[in-house]
Design a protein around this ligand. Sequence first.
Ligand SMILES: Cc1ncc(COP(=O)(O)O)c(C=O)c1O
Length: 463
Amino acid sequence: MTAGKLQKQLEILAERDRHRLHMPGHKGRGLPLAALDFTEIPGSDNLHDPREIIADVQNDLAGLYGSVSAQLVVGGTTAGNMAALMAGAAPGEAVLVPVNSHRSVFSALALGRIEGRFITPVLDGTLGFPRELTVEQVEAALDRFPEVRGMILTTPTYYGTVSDTAALAECLHRRDKWLIVDEAHGAHLAFCPDYPRDAVASGADVVIQSSHKMLATYTQASLLHCCSRRIDPQRIARFLTMLESSSPSYLLMMAVENGVREAAQSGHTIFEGIAKRWDQTQKRQRAGTKLRLYAPPAAQPYDKSKWLWAVADGSGLAIAKKWRESFGVYCEIETAGYLLALTGMGTRTEDLDALDNAVAACQEPVPEPEACPVDPVPVAARFNQTVPLWQAFYEQRRQQCPLAACAGRIAARSVIPYPPGVPVLLPGDTITREMAGYLAGCLRRGETVIGADKDAGLEVLAV
Ligand SMILES: Cc1ncc(COP(=O)(O)O)c(C=O)c1O
């Protein structure tokens, strides 16, 4: 990978500063990459008030994506989503929030005392997960909640499905509302003409991308784009300063720049190759087999960097174990009903060959595939807000309640099955019998559910 401007500058500083009597404590020695790990000194600029090299790099990155301005984010899309939402809506104001949003969106509602007006996307007809939001759904929600300042949208989803961002942006802008796009899983799209159109090109107002999820950068490195003045970029920057470390990692910032430059150069070739393999795999599929590579309904655009394998007989965990132990293939998500294999800038042909072999080894015929929903949570039962989220979040009178006795109580903290890290209960929600039963089932199967415990149950409001 060729060095970007920030890496070159850090190399100059490393050459110059032979006796570092400034932070960090490694003084450029010992750890891998320590030589390039700097703090704010003359020549390294300051992420929280960029005027020199960081401002220059951010300008270049905005140019590569076609946005008006770009901000390096070292706290991941988690921090980017929170900063954008808190800049876009003041305490007491409302925002349209799809129920499949990432937990950071709900954190922003709590910290910013913003009211969520929830909207349920179209569910996939075969697998049941929230697939996309349509203009009709958003128009109906705007008629019902005209008070919202704007909407946040996740596209592409973890599963590769996309919404028509351009049409949604137009619909929101017509009513003078903003659109923030959580493009955590789509930092590659701008460089791949045969993939779904990216959010910056589609007219979103603010776009946040986890560079680290798809590009060759370090974990936690993200990029936030402003594309209009509907949300003030300076306000977003002020929130980022509050939400992120005052000692942001230069290694992360350097990695974003290098990774984006590389993607702009060769992302097209790499992701085109991945999409071709995805197409070939689809064509080879036979009906009645255990593993099926998911495809959206005909003619819908899809992000083919995501390989979602539905497991017809619910033996996904056993298959994942076999893939790991016999083929060295590790997936992003492993569940009984599906396995999600994610590709990225670093994916090579041999990785996809290994996946092919792993799939072939488990591809038995299944007489009658059972329905194995990706997201079996009763989506409509989610977010039954009785107390405002922020109020329940700050309420000190709380207690543990066993799952069997939870129905009718009010949740005091978020409950989040992992993966994919999307909450199913928010502070302030009345817990339904259905939800308590669903969570008990997850825990019985040994799945990770943050905020729920087999014995202690859930934290609920004591009042
Ligand atoms: C849709 C979505 N948004 C935001 C995030 C958070 O991104 P990051 O890990 O960069 O903080 C994730 C993480 O998985 C995600 O799936």
